[in-house]
Ligand binder design. Structure first.
Ligand SMILES: O=C(O)CCC(=O)C(=O)O
Ligand SMILES: [Fe+2]
Length: 361
């Protein structure tokens, strides 16, 4: 069936899920199949908490570089902690963003000889509480609230595509699994050097996750979503809302009736100062092959025929067979210095060049 292409991102109000659930599920189904992105309003996370989180995010990035480097990802085989601007690579180009990755707190249990994807679970790297009081507690609190919201949305997603509400969470999320989140800072173009370009983060799909909940923490443009014809559509911040998008895990499990839509971020226009954002990724399990679920035929028939994508999709084919290795490869391709230190053989075996990993420093 030919899909009506989108030129804006739908807004879904969770209050409608309570007052008129059939209407909400219909709107959600449309957003999943034809857009792969939507704003969500009417959620339970308070604006005052989000403002507090935003002020801590700004404070973190304002710390002296030497303080941030104490939490550098190079100390974490789990890829948690700080990345200096330009360290991350998407589609073979450096991203002009600084970031701090965090997750629900879990120990590193991996031992040599165990499956390599188990090394992706481990502890956070926190700045000391005297340097940034309340940071750790607020981020872990936010992580819990975002997990609750993501799980609520995942139940609605299942129902919207004709599945039992809990099937995705019961069968494809491991209880207590680690879910990742980030604080991100995108400097404005005039704060970059002439050779940096304007790639905040290059065109990509969110790998291995069910869905992403993104808080756009200040009122600056930059996030763009690729429609099915390949044109870029702005997803400007809407105060108090989250942007939700679909990950490749969910897309695979529901046979593409939810599209893992390609997106990118451009650095803010000159003179506007930095843009801050806080994405949370509800992960799909990566410890076994994921078998797509049975979706009613009339819903399968609504899928778009073609979706143009500028994303690299480099380990996507491997994902359906071996989500664990595919997920590790995506991480090591994005963070070459961490790869060189902890995963040199795997990188080499898959043609990921880690030789000049420290060039960005
Ligand atoms: O910062 C944003 O608006 C989006 C970030 C993003 O797409 C990602 O980190 O996967
Ligand atoms: Fe993304």
């Amino acid at each position: 069936m030919t899909a009506p292409d989108f030129s804006s991102i739908p807004v879904l109000d969770l209050a409608v899920a309570r007052s008129n659930k059939p209407q909400f599920l219909q709107d959600l189904k449309h957003a999943l199949i034809h857009v792969g992105f939507f704003y969500v309003t009417g959620h339970a996370i308070t604006q005052s908490f989000l403002d507090h989180l935003t002020s801590l995010t700004v404070k973190y990035f304002d710390l002296p570089l030497e303080e941030k480097l104490k939490t550098d990802k190079i100390h974490s085989p789990t890829f948690l902690g700080y990345s200096v601007q330009g360290n991350e690579i998407t589609k073979d180009k450096k991203d002009n963003r600084e970031q701090f990755d965090f997750a629900n707190e879990l120990p590193q249990l991996w031992q040599p000889g165990q499956p390599i994807h188990e090394r992706l679970t481990g502890p956070n790297l926190w700045p000391s509480d005297t340097v940034l009081p309340g940071f750790r507690d607020a981020l872990l609190d936010y992580h819990k609230q975002a997990t609750d919201l993501a799980e609520e949305l995942t139940r609605y997603v299942a129902e919207a595509v004709g599945l039992p509400a809990n099937i995705l969470l019961d069968e494809y999320v491991v209880k207590g699994q680690q879910h990742r989140a980030k604080l991100v800072k995108y400097p404005a173009i005039d704060e970059l050097s002439a050779t940096d370009g304007d790639q905040g983060v290059g065109p990509h799909r969110d790998n291995s996750s069910l869905l992403t909940i993104l808080y756009q923490a200040n009122d600056l443009p930059g996030l763009q979503v690729q429609n099915h014809a390949g044109d870029w559509v702005d997803a400007r911040p809407i105060k108090g809302s989250f942007v939700v998008n679909i990950g490749t895990g969910l897309e695979h499990l529901v046979q593409r009736v939810a599209v893992a839509t390609t997106h990118q971020v451009l650095n803010p226009p000159p003179g506007r100062g930095p843009r801050y954002s806080i994405p949370f990724f509800l992960g799909a399990r990566i410890d076994k092959k994921l078998t797509p679920l049975e979706i009613p035929q009339h819903i399968l028939d609504e899928r778009p025929e073609t979706v143009v994508s500028d994303s690299g999709n480099q380990f996507n084919e491997l994902y359906s067979e071996d989500p664990g290795t595919s997920t590790v490869l995506n991480r090591i391709s994005s963070h070459r210095d961490v790869a060189a230190k902890y995963y040199p053989e795997l990188a080499k075996a898959h043609g990921i060049n880690v030789e000049d990993a420290n060039a960005a420093y």
